[in-house]
Design a protein around this ligand. Sequence first.
Ligand code: FAD
Length: 426
Amino acid sequence: MAWDFSTEPEFQEQLDWVEQFCRTEIEPLDLVFPGAPYSRDPKARALADPLKQQVRDRGLWALFLDKDLGGPGFGQLKLALLNEILGRYRSAPVIFGTAAPDTGNMEMLAAHGTEEQKRRWLPPLMNQEIFSAYSMTEPQGGSDPNLFRTHAMRDGEEWVITGEKWFTSAGARADIIFVMCTNGMFVVPGDAPGVEVMEYPALHNHIRYNDVRVPADHLLGPENGAKVLAQRRLGGGRIHHAMRTVAQVKLAFDIMCERALSRESHGKTIAEHQMVQEAIAESYAEINMLRLLVLWTAWTIDNSSTREARTQIAACKYTAAKVLREVSYRALHIMGSLGTTNLTPLQAMWASAPTMAIMDGVDEVHMVTVARNVLKGYEPHPGLWPTEYIPAKREEARKKYASLLAADPDLAAWADHAARATARGH
Ligand SMILES: Cc1cc2nc3c(=O)[nH]c(=O)nc-3n(C[C@H](O)[C@H](O)[C@H](O)COP(=O)(O)OP(=O)(O)OC[C@H]3O[C@@H](n4cnc5c(N)ncnc54)[C@H](O)[C@@H]3O)c2cc1C
């Protein structure tokens, strides 16, 4: 059976454990000590580290990495199923070693690093002894590499990096920053002299690289190879975000359905009002369309490569943003006034929808990618008529029956009548 939507029982058992663990351990931690799993404070670490250890003991740590790099080697499909649960809880990804931006950076390092670079940075990143950031976007050029200016100059056994980056997530607290220069991808220690983190924005940092010196072996991948590395980096990141979005929209859906059954208006529950039913029905279909697109894409990556799946990944990116926007809005609306407050997850979820449409490249760029790649499989029709122009196709088809039509006047009359009837339709 080639098409199979079931989850193997052993992994389902793991997923059941994850669901229970998130509900009983991670959610309470998030509610009482938000941010603890990301903190370097020893008291916060004492709360979060035992949970991370439990994840390790279950063999679920850093699920996206292959076995030889220290992960369980489960691949993207299983990561997608796991993220459908983790994405519901704020700090679950970090407790499972699958949090952005480190996951994408680790994947890039694993794919393009030398043995020495992997040995030096992968294990501490995996163990969250260090944290990383990814510095690509520039203030004047957004994420269009053709407009980037940040550049590295070779000086003896060092590279000297000069430039300015915008919106480097968690850049201020990163131990190492992957900096995309016009002539290569470089690993820059966060505390290197010349790394200047601006005051704003607070979380996604504006960073100036003022003649920052790094050793020659901090070039990741080939010289001038940054674009290829960036594709690898962002492809992984995008699909992981889409996986977690499935979790978010399922949460919105659960909230919506519970509310629909709980609230009465004009003599019946709002679940019995047809427009509320429409919102539920549309959301149900959209969530499952997104989910299947994401799972199919994850499966494609596992069975080929991120590169092979790039059209699907791009489609996941803007579809995730769209479904998040639609479903979270409907859920918020059905929740009424309470939905507009920050007393449920809905307001923040809806406010995050525009962010989803911008981060990892704006939706428009991904739509262009999809359209361009899809169109490569098509050609213009050769003559005046489109391939599916029915009269021309019928003329062709009549040639197949030419001898029969010539021999049998009844069949010929039937065929002529059918052709005239179609034409009369317009
Ligand atoms: C939450 C978040 C986290 C991020 N984290 C990082 C990070 O860690 N590292 C990093 O380097 N960057 C990061 N970014 C930056 C992100 O990559 C950029 O915001 C994004 O690529 C768009 O660039 P911009 O913000 O300059 O928007 P602009 O490029 O100015 O785009 C603005 C608008 O112009 C239009 N537009 C732009 N380009 C096109 C086009 N080609 N076709 C049609 N219309 C277009 C669209 O309507 C778009 O929304 C992050 C962004 C967000 C929101």
